[in-house]
Design a protein around this ligand. Structure first.
Ligand code: IFM
Length: 436
């Protein structure tokens, strides 16, 4: 059976991680711009990043060369609404209109994420996600983007990885705004983000120029079974959806997709759930590896052994994750599955021959796609795979030290080089996965 004919073979990025132009054409500061100092490896920041704001045409041309069918990017809220006046910054909007036109001309379907962690400072100064009163600002932004761009963009995602930006931004303090808040305050943030998602979905449907598809890209965790006996599979399924693990799969997905409050979100009221639980069109998730049950909470891989394969992020390589993730999440949530992120950081550099050879990434993608293909073969409606990331970029607190891209970025010159993995992926796309 394999991948469907119209499968979205794509790659992903996020505004703050690639655009640069941090104060150009009316954009104001976001929380990463404002608080970066002293928080990021080697003092890196997102001021220039990959300079994609100025080089988007070159970047889209490279995407076309790879043969991408889709490209998932995010919009910088502070470019569209640089202040609280409610007036759209036309120049900021024009950038995204140009990008989308360029993509469409190249035969690439744009997919848009509204919030990939770069909250405008003016919203943060009003209390950010801690204040329910700020939700309308997000709804207005979502509405404006959809109104202006839905004639060309069909696929939309409200949030990227709420699990990650809430826990890293407001609990452990590793990500902007680098706070360590009390449990009660984090709960308020969680509730507000969930409500913002629900309210935005309602507004987006109304504002759309045509029927659009809406999802939300969460960081799903999956437990893979030790072997494939029914008992082990059931243990893994139960562990995947354990509800008392904050930030694990069902923490976000049960309220959003099932309208169900559970142990991790028992502070949501019935009224809240009615807003949060809006019908969505597909189930999108980002996944880089699997857990194994029996692991102490927060320890990701109990089956590891000395020398276990790791990426340059120190993340275990567990290629079965996409199979079990797609299968379990489809069983529970019943929607077509889209992988909105999967990929690896590798120790890439330009080699003597001037090329970037990255066999580890080729192997990583190959193995993970085999897992996804297995899910498709068994009847899970898998509609897309967006490799993270289209190009090397600003990896948040780790700055430019980690490279996830299919395209190598030489930051001092901004030269781009297609890595070997990009050429491999091009072949996967060309054969619709038949070469795997
Ligand atoms: O770079 C991030 C991305 O912004 C969100 N998901 C995980 C990626 C790798 O850490």
């Amino acid at each position: 059976m394999g991948f469907s004919k119209d499968f979205f073979w794509g790659a992903a990025s996020a505004s703050h991680q690639i655009e640069g132009a941090y104060l150009e054409d009316g954009k104001t500061l976001n929380i990463w711009d404002a608080f970066v100092e002293g928080h990021v490896a080697r003092g890196d920041d997102g001021k220039v990043a990959c300079d994609h704001y100025h080089r988007y045409k070159e970047d889209v041309a490279l995407m076309k060369k790879i043969g991408l069918k889709s490209y998932r990017f995010s919009i910088s809220w502070a470019r569209i609404f640089p202040d609280d006046s409610g007036k759209i910054n036309e120049k900021g909007l024009q950038f995204y209109k140009n990008l989308v036109n360029e993509l469409i001309e190249a035969g690439i379907k744009p997919m848009c994420t509204l919030y990939h962690w770069d909250m405008p400072m003016w919203v943060f100064e009003k209390g950010g996600w801690e204040k329910e009163e700020n939700i309308p600002y997000f709804v207005r932004y979502a509405e404006a983007c959809v109104k202006e761009l839905s004639d060309k963009i069909e696929y939309w995602l409200t949030f990227n990885e709420p699990e990650a930006f809430i826990s890293a931004g407001y609990e452990s303090g590793e990500h902007a705004p680098f706070l360590q808040l009390s449990g009660e305050r984090v709960k308020a943030i969680t509730r507000n983000v969930m409500l913002a998602h629900g309210r935005a979905v309602l507004a987006m449907r109304k504002a759309a120029a045509r029927p659009i598809k809406i999802g939300t890209a969460h960081a799903a965790c999956v437990t893979s079974p030790a072997n494939e006996t029914p008992e082990e599979i059931e243990k893994a399924r139960v562990s995947t959806f354990e509800t008392d693990r904050p930030y694990f799969c069902s923490w976000w997905a049960d309220p959003v997709f099932l309208g169900k409050r559970q142990a991790g979100t028992n502070y949501l009221s019935d009224e809240d759930l009615k807003i949060i639980h809006q019908p969505l069109d597909f189930y999108a998730f980002n996944m880089y590896n699997a857990d194994g049950y029996g692991a102490p909470k927060n320890q990701s891989n109990p089956r590891s052994y000395p020398g276990y394969p790791l990426t340059a992020m120190d993340w275990p390589i567990t290629p079965e994750c996409l199979y079990w993730g797609a299968r379990f999440c489809y069983e529970r949530y019943g929607l077509p599955i889209m992988i909105t992120e999967n990929g690896m950081a590798n120790l890439d550099f330009i080699m003597l021959d001037g090329e970037v050879h990255d066999p580890q990434r080729i192997d990583y993608v190959h193995r993970h796609l085999l897992g996804l293909k297995r899910a498709a073969d068994e009847g899970v409606p898998v509609i897309g795979y967006q490799y993270w990331s289209i190009m090397d970029n600003f990896e948040w607190a780790l700055g430019y030290s980690r490279r996830f891209g299919l395209i190598y970025v030489d930051y001092p010159t901004q030269r781009r080089i297609l890595k070997d993995s990009a050429l491999f992926y091009a072949e996967v796309i060309k054969t619709n996965g038949e070469n795997l």
